[in-house]
Design a protein around this ligand. Structure first.
Ligand code: NAD
Length: 284
């Protein structure tokens, strides 16, 4: 029997429709500001999609586009200005930043109450303590997808491949909060495939197309593919590839997210949800 292919676009629509309904009842529009530095086409595409969704749910949104050679001081100054503005509830700095910038210092400058990407150390710390935090959008989206298939994760063995601050680590923390038994693997892990074969829930957040083979997957497991790698084809077209060898995995897994159309739309939906949460706490 083939795995259920999880429709991330449909789930994302449910989230954004709920956000739009709440926005319509607020006394003012929530405001989302996005800063993007440099001219990476993929980053610009992600930002356009975020802004389009923000406008659809009824937010005020603005995008600050800066050249790749912008100084860190310039970016910090703009963040401080956005921090001080009453009409801006959420600030998103699109990553990656150019090499002259220290990402952690940039994230630390965002007001934690407006940190809709959940990357400020205060929000990351609150997440690991299980207290109220703005949670990074991609792992939050993954968790919603997982819970659409397995509502109660208590006692499930979850394996997270990848341990970045933006996806892997917060993903593991969220699964732990849901009472799953969590194993986190990374580039230095020995025998990753053996560990993966024990997973009821397998989340791959690496960025290496085809890393996860069908033989790595426990029969009927839920497989969440966060990987998003743009691969140029022989004819010059560009395809977006996940980490999971989809054609193999679909024969073994119980449910699986496609790339594209899985985690990506849910990441944007959770950004909208975070901006609404930030706005509601500021509007009072
Ligand atoms: P990253 O490069 O910061 O981290 C990658 C992680 O994978 C590291 O922890 C590294 O140790 C681990 N790793 C590398 N090779 C490995 C291997 N062979 N086996 C096991 N672990 C290995 O990347 P990131 O920012 O966490 O992003 C990961 C992927 O997710 C990328 O493809 C990125 O584009 C994608 N992504 C997608 C979304 C989305 O909305 N769909 C959002 C964020 C990131």
């Amino acid at each position: 029997m083939q795995a259920e292919v999880i429709d991330g676009r449909r789930l994302a629509r449910e989230v954004t429709d709920a956000v739009a309904a709440e926005v319509a009842r607020l006394p003012r529009k929530p405001g989302l500001a996005v800063i993007i530095v440099g001219d990476d086409p993929a980053s610009h595409l992600y930002v356009r999609n975020k802004v389009r969704t923000a406008e659809r749910v009824g937010f005020h949104s603005e995008t600050i586009r800066l050249p790749a050679d912008t100084s860190e001081a310039d970016v910090l100054g703009r963040i401080n200005w956005l921090n001080s503005r009453e009409d801006i509830d959420g600030i998103l700095v699109q990553l990656p930043l150019p090499p002259q910038m220290n990402t952690l210092r940039v994230m630390a400058t965002v007001d934690p109450g407006k940190d809709v990407d959940g990357l400020h150390a205060l929000n990351a710390g609150r997440l690991t303590q299980g207290s109220q935090a703005l949670i990074p959008c991609t792992p939050m989206g993954c968790l919603k997808i997982i819970k659409s298939v397995i509502p109660d994760l208590t006692g499930c063995h979850a394996v997270v491949i990848g341990a970045s601050n933006i996806v892997g680590k917060p993903m593991a923390a969220l699964l732990l909060e849901e009472n799953a038994t969590v194993t986190q693997t990374h580039i230095h892990t020995r025998d990753t495939q053996f560990i993966c074969r024990g997973a009821d829930i397998l989340v791959s957040a690496v960025g290496k197309p085809g890393l996860v083979r069908g033989t790595w997957i426990k029969p009927r497991a839920v497989v969440i593919d966060v990987g998003t790698t743009r691969v140029e084809q022989a004819d010059g077209t560009v395809l977006t590839k996940g980490d999971v060898e989809f054609d193999e995995a679909i024969k073994v897994a119980g449910a699986i997210t496609p790339v594209p159309g899985g985690v990506g739309p849910m990441t944007i939906a959770c950004l909208m949800e975070n901006t609404l949460i930030a706005a509601k706490s500021r509007i009072g």
